[in-house]
Design a protein around this ligand. Structure first.
Ligand SMILES: Cc1ncc(COP(=O)(O)O)c(C=O)c1O
Length: 395
């Protein structure tokens, strides 16, 4: 039987540099002591107090269908948080609760893209971006950023790629690069969006993980609140990846339509998960900082370790739970380096090529293991790279 193009063409085919990830998974299942620095999963579990709130809510009977847009308490809590952080007036009618940020990304694209429209995204990119845009029926068009610009996008390159486009998807703090977009970058992006009449879909799921500089939501910029859909999530800020709770924040009219979409797709997020999320958000910024603290510490360790060598370049590690390392001095591609590292030292990292063309010759290291093991692994990566670079120079 024939399947739809939308589903068969979703991923674009090819291995896309994920072979090393699956190989590491296989080695782990065969009992190899692989040091796992691949994906963005905390090394702590959801806090007991959040689980207690979830349990209490479920025991009080919140196990039936929840109200589709999200319950008033959580929508109000998210709106208040967004308003407090950005100063942009935000009410419950600007908020749709979704099953995670991923679902919010999809819903946002469905809201603004007609079949065949172009949805823009920036390379390097979070792995699901092109498939999410295609899943919404649009054509995904990548715009390269470059290591030489520290992966800050250039407005003129977005402008040059914008013919036929209706939306631009950005992510700051950024996965995979760890870069936080500057005010200047965001002002340039906003200008192109206004000039080219683009929707801006702003993925801000790492907004509590900023080590250097500040997180600026582009929804705060002049005339942007009416054309920006912000994607947020409990996953990274509160170590609630498995709870699948996120949101879209945007103009009331868009949210009203997205409620219809949710009614016909997800049918909402479980009430006990929403109550746990409200509890977690009301635990305040100290709690968020506690969740972010291990990454802040490991990022400081990494800066120290990397400053003691000259082979690997560190892309400015300003936010999120990843380091992007430039290993071009070894003469290897990111993929070849990651495979060799896995074979030689049983350390698993992601090749830059897994995230598009722009991060070729890089590897992404997730800072998601305990400090001492993390520091040891990073030193091993540095020594390994230095050895490779020396052999390359001697040839
Ligand atoms: C940039 C980015 N956006 C969105 C997501 C999706 O997060 P979730 O669906 O768990 O909220 C992730 C997860 O790793 C991510 O890195």
């Amino acid at each position: 039987m024939k399947l739809s193009q939308r589903i068969t063409q979703l991923t674009g085919g090819g291995s896309d540099g994920w072979d090393v990830f699956y190989r590491a998974r296989r080695m782990i299942s065969e009992g190899h002591p692989v040091t796992e620095l691949t994906i963005g999963e905390h090394d702590i579990r959801t806090d007991q107090s959040i689980l207690d709130a979830m349990d209490l809510s479920a025991r009080q009977g919140n196990t039936g269908y929840a109200i589709v847009p999200g319950n008033d308490l959580l929508r109000d809590t998210v709106a208040a948080r967004v308003q407090a952080r950005t100063g942009v007036p935000t009410s419950r009618n600007n908020v749709l609760i979704t099953p995670g940020g991923q679902s919010a990304l999809f819903a946002a694209h469905v809201a603004v893209c007609e079949p065949g429209d172009v949805g823009l995204y920036l390379d390097p990119y979070y792995a699901t971006y092109p498939g999410t845009i295609r899943g919404a029926g649009a054509t995904a068009r990548a715009i390269q950023t470059s290591a030489e610009d520290a992966f800050q996008p250039r407005a003129e390159e977005i402008d040059a790629a914008a013919d036929g486009a209706v939306s631009l998807l950005i992510n700051t703090p950024n996965n995979p690069t760890g870069v936080v977009y500057s005010l200047q970058t965001l002002e340039g992006i906003a200008e192109v969006c206004r000039k080219r009449d683009l929707w801006l879909i702003s993925d801000e799921v790492y907004d509590t993980q900023v080590w250097d500089g500040e997180h600026i939501s582009p929804r705060t910029l002049p005339e942007m609140a009416d054309r920006t859909l912000v994607v947020g999530s409990m996953s990274k800020s509160h170590a609630m990846t498995g709870s699948r709770c996120g949101w879209v924040v945007g103009p009331e009219e868009v949210i009203a339509h997205l409620i219809n979409l949710a009614t016909h797709t997800t049918y909402g997020v479980p009430g006990f998960i929403q109550d746990a999320a409200s509890f977690a958000l009301n635990a305040g910024t100290d709690f968020e900082e506690e969740i972010a603290a291990p990454f802040r510490r490991r990022r400081a360790l990494a800066v120290e370790i990397l400053s003691a060598q000259n082979t690997i370049g560190l892309v400015p590690a300003q936010g999120a739970m990843y380091l992007m390392l430039d290993i071009r001095a070894t003469g290897l591609s990111g993929e070849a380096f990651a495979n060799a590292l896995l074979d030689t030292h049983e350390i698993a990292v992601m090749p830059g090529e897994s995230f598009g063309k722009a991060a070729a010759g890089h590897i992404r290291v997730a800072m998601t293991i305990e400090d001492e093991r993390f520091a040891t692994a990073l030193k091993t990566i540095c020594d390994f790279a230095t050895g490779l670079a020396e052999s390359a120079a001697a040839e």
